[in-house]
Write a protein that binds this ligand. Structure first.
Ligand code: NDP
Length: 281
């Protein structure tokens, strides 16, 4: 039997780093820590080596198509497939950032939404039967969808929405932000939260597609890791990175034949409708 393999994006620090550490403990296969900055990635590998873990490293910038293709070719040639994909890489402007909202909307979605989609487009063809995909979404997606106008909410929550329609909505949000009319068009003023609305909705669509795929038992879920002590939260989150990694790792290791969660939004290992979820500290 071929060696199983797991990939975690953006895992040189924060929650992704802890997901790699947890998978090294529990997953029977090779675990890839990936980072856009090779030096930071290798330093992270070294510190995990010092703890007695042996993850492997591959460079990956999710906004760089050539970098994504290199990882894809490497996985195909070395492993012939992929068993776990954790889309953890993400970015957020700080609340105090002076960057104009239009820039924040474009740049944040370039990584969090379009980068994640590009990774999925390249790597989903490699997923083997029983593969597990986890997207790091956020409680922010829950707040943001509820702040959208009823018309915009209805579009995002349409159970038959396609990826093309979702991407068109994300582009509409970005364009509206550039025109200074996103609020008038029914979108809230948070670039990060809207990028995570995209991820939560994407998950439902992808599961619909994967359930109809000839490869059996492939599951994708999104999750909220909770409010975690990382650079992204300016270390304000009370959860440790290992606590934040708990639900993503649980989803990455769902046993064969799992029926639920599948295509769901999960927090603290429980399934919620992402638009109804309330985070409790
Ligand atoms: P960090 O900022 O600590 O880590 C983010 C990671 O993503 C870093 O490794 C960063 O690399 C990487 N990254 C950013 N852009 C890219 C890119 N283009 N290509 C590859 N890697 C990239 O964040 P967290 O650990 O807090 O967040 C992890 C995930 O969890 C994110 O998706 C976030 O949105 C989500 N989340 C976090 C919460 C929290 O409270 N912390 C709450 C809810 C969701 P580099 O070091 O090079 O910048």
């Amino acid at each position: 039997m071929s060696t199983k393999v797991a990939v975690v994006t953006g895992s040189n620090k924060g929650i992704g780093y802890a997901i790699v550490r947890g998978l090294c403990k529990q997953f029977k296969g090779d675990v890839f820590l990936t980072a856009r900055n090779e030096e930071l990635g290798k330093m992270a590998i070294q510190s995990l080596n010092e703890e007695g873990f042996s993850p492997k490293f591959h460079q990956l910038d999710i906004t760089d198509q050539a970098s994504i293709e290199k990882l894809k070719d490497f996985l195909k040639n070395t492993y012939g497939g992929l068993d776990i994909l954790v889309n953890n890489a993400g970015m957020a402007y700080k609340n105090a950032s002076p960057a104009p909202f239009a820039e924040q909307a474009e740049v944040t979605n370039k990584t969090n939404y379009f980068g994640t989609i590009a990774v999925c487009d390249a790597l989903f063809p490699l997923l083997r039967p029983h593969a597990r995909v986890v997207h790091l979404s956020s409680m922010a997606s829950s707040y943001a969808i509820r702040k959208c106008s009823p018309e915009v909410q209805a579009k995002f929550l349409n159970p038959n929405i396609t990826i093309e329609e979702l991407t068109a909505l994300m582009n509409d949000f970005i364009q509206a932000a550039k025109n200074g009319e996103h609020e008038k068009k029914g979108y809230p003023s948070s670039a990060y939260s809207m990028s995570k609305v995209g991820i939560s909705v994407l998950t439902h669509i992808q599961q619909r597609q994967l359930s109809a795929d000839s490869r059996e038992d492939i599951i994708v879920n999104s999750c909220c890791p909770g409010y975690v002590d990382t650079d992204m939260s300016s270390h304000k989150g009370p959860k440790t990175i290992d606590e934040g990694a708990d639900t993503p790792i649980y989803l990455a290791l769902l046993p064969e034949g799992t029926k639920s969660p599948a295509g769901d939004f999960v927090a603290d290992r429980k399934v919620y409708k992402f638009n109804e979820y309330e985070y409790k500290m």
